[in-house]
Ligand binder design. Structure first.
Ligand SMILES: *[C@@H]1O[C@H](CO)[C@@H](O)[C@H](O)[C@H]1NC(C)=O
Ligand SMILES: *[C@@H]1O[C@H](CO)[C@@H](O)[C@H](O)[C@H]1NC(C)=O
Ligand SMILES: *[C@@H]1O[C@H](CO)[C@@H](O)[C@H](O)[C@H]1NC(C)=O
Ligand SMILES: *[C@@H]1O[C@H](CO)[C@@H](O)[C@H](O)[C@H]1NC(C)=O
Ligand SMILES: *[C@@H]1O[C@H](CO)[C@@H](O)[C@H](O)[C@H]1NC(C)=O
Ligand SMILES: [Zn+2]
Length: 414
């Protein structure tokens, strides 16, 4: 009798477990993928807000507080503030590229030292919150930090003006832990055109611009093509030795803003084995001014890119804290989970799989960074640091176009 009871209990138990497992499978939500793979966001401008609002005085910033209604950082006080640790946790963020961005007005002036101050601020922020953040510079450590409950924190320099046309500065940024550089921001550098020239050109990527790309390949720093002109995207993709990234750009075919990536370039990204991390900014995802952007617009961009070039080349680069308008349903960094639920619910053929959602979340970016590290390790056998120097005339022309008196800010030999 006891045995029979035991057997009955066991089968009832097994039945219940089976039922639970079955239900779990049926109840899979897109955001569940963020429990099995790290969500990596390609671009967040919190550090620029720290500079603008606090002059990088971190003592006056409480990252562990829900800042939604804060008097300085709240939604009613600051129109580009969306980020704090409680909301990042709710959004299940696993890793972040924090942007070291300085305004184009600093080009030909103090861009290098201002960028150093932003790198310093990011490093101090990460060090100040060791329970939540961990500084990471190698692909293999992203997943490790995330498994230990930390948000893996990396640095990207946003805008080639930050190196002041000098490869020495680029190399030292790498030593400081910078793992991507966006070739331009919203200004042309003397060696690369920005998206402001649309698909025309001033000088595309110059010979020195090519040297910057090659030196980034040699270092293992990702070449970020967000913000550059469409021709510079094509040019850089045709010469790079490593996969590239777009840290925060969406699809041009859906919203014709030149910050977005056109179809022919998307095909090049596929051949390059690179990644486009989709930007959420309202004006990049919805070009129809007679309605507001919603999270469905972002889902549409993600699905468009997946359908065109496959799920191996998409990621998330929301641009929180860098813009003043986010779509309905993506109001702050707590909403990534909502987006992943919506992506999974999309009525597309074939449907998203869990593995694809994990790639979208972070595994694609990890693959791309790993590949760049492998190129670095290969090139280390044959290449020395490059000694290219930019043509002085190119700098002079850039200064004139930026209304800086030529040569006024330099004491260097060249
Ligand atoms: C920061 O905010 C948290 C949560 O509101 C609070 O517990 C903590 O005391 C605050 N820290 C400081 C230094 O004010
Ligand atoms: C933060 O505060 C806002 C406003 O009070 C609230 O709606 C939201 O749920 C909070 N988020 C978290 C993660 O605590
Ligand atoms: C780029 O395109 C925008 C929008 O189509 C347009 O307003 C602007 O004048 C263009 N700029 C150039 C340099 O062609
Ligand atoms: C830039 O590249 C495009 C496409 O290859 C080409 O048509 C254009 O002439 C180039 N412009 C310059 C200034 O080299
Ligand atoms: C723009 O949005 C309005 C309002 O939703 C809609 O009626 C119109 O068809 C849209 N235009 C385009 C070109 O999609
Ligand atoms: Zn940007």
């Amino acid at each position: 009798m006891v045995y029979v009871n035991g057997a009955v209990c066991l089968s009832v138990l097994l039945f219940i477990i089976g039922l639970c497992v079955g239900l779990n499978v049926n109840n899979f939500k897109g955001s569940d993928a963020l429990d099995s793979a790290p969500l990596i966001d390609g671009h967040n401008d919190l550090a620029y807000n720290l500079y603008e609002l606090l002059n990088n005085n971190l003592d006056e910033f409480n990252f562990t507080k829900n800042l939604t209604d804060d008097q300085v950082w709240g939604r009613n006080a600051c129109d580009s503030c969306y980020t704090d640790l409680p909301r990042l946790r709710k959004g299940k963020l696993g890793a972040q590229f924090w942007a070291a961005y300085v305004d184009c007005a600093s080009q030909y002036k103090d861009a290098v030292q201002l960028t150093l101050r932003q790198i310093d601020a990011i490093k101090r922020l990460v060090a100040k919150y060791p329970n939540d953040l961990e500084f990471v510079t190698e692909a293999k450590n992203i997943e490790e930090a995330w498994k230990n409950g930390k948000i893996a924190s990396m640095i990207g320099v946003e805008g080639g003006h930050s190196i002041d046309s000098n490869l020495a500065v680029l190399r030292l940024f790498y030593e400081l832990g910078v793992r991507y550089m966006t070739l331009t921001h919203m200004c042309n550098t003397p060696w690369a055109d920005s998206s402001l020239v649309n698909d025309s050109s001033v000088h595309n990527l110059t010979e020195f611009g090519e040297a910057v790309v090659y030196e980034m390949n040699r270092l293992g720093m990702l070449v970020d093509l967000s913000h550059v002109s469409h021709n510079v995207m094509r040019h850089a993709l045709s010469i790079t030795k490593a996969p590239v990234m777009f840290s925060h750009s969406s699809a041009f075919a859906i919203c014709r803003n030149y910050r977005n990536v056109p179809d022919d370039v998307l095909h090049m990204v596929k051949r390059n084995n690179g990644i486009v991390m989709v930007n959420f900014y309202s004006h990049y995802v919805n070009c129809n001014s007679s309605r507001k952007a919603t999270n469905q617009d972002v889902v549409d961009h993600i699905n468009y890119i997946r359908n065109l070039i496959g799920a191996d080349h998409i990621g998330i680069g929301a641009d929180y804290d860098g813009v003043t308008s986010m779509p309905e349903g993506l109001e702050d960094v707590s909403t990534y989970t909502v987006l992943f639920d919506r992506v999974y619910e999309s009525d597309v053929e074939p449907r998203w799989t869990k593995e694809e959602l994990e790639k979208l979340a972070g595994r694609n970016l990890i693959r791309v960074l790993k590949a760049a590290e492998e190129v670095r390790d290969q090139l280390a056998k044959t290449e020395q640091p490059r000694e290219d120097i930019i043509n002085a005339r190119d700098i002079m022309q850039g200064e004139i176009m930026s209304n800086v008196p030529p040569g006024s800010c330099y004491t260097a030999n060249e």
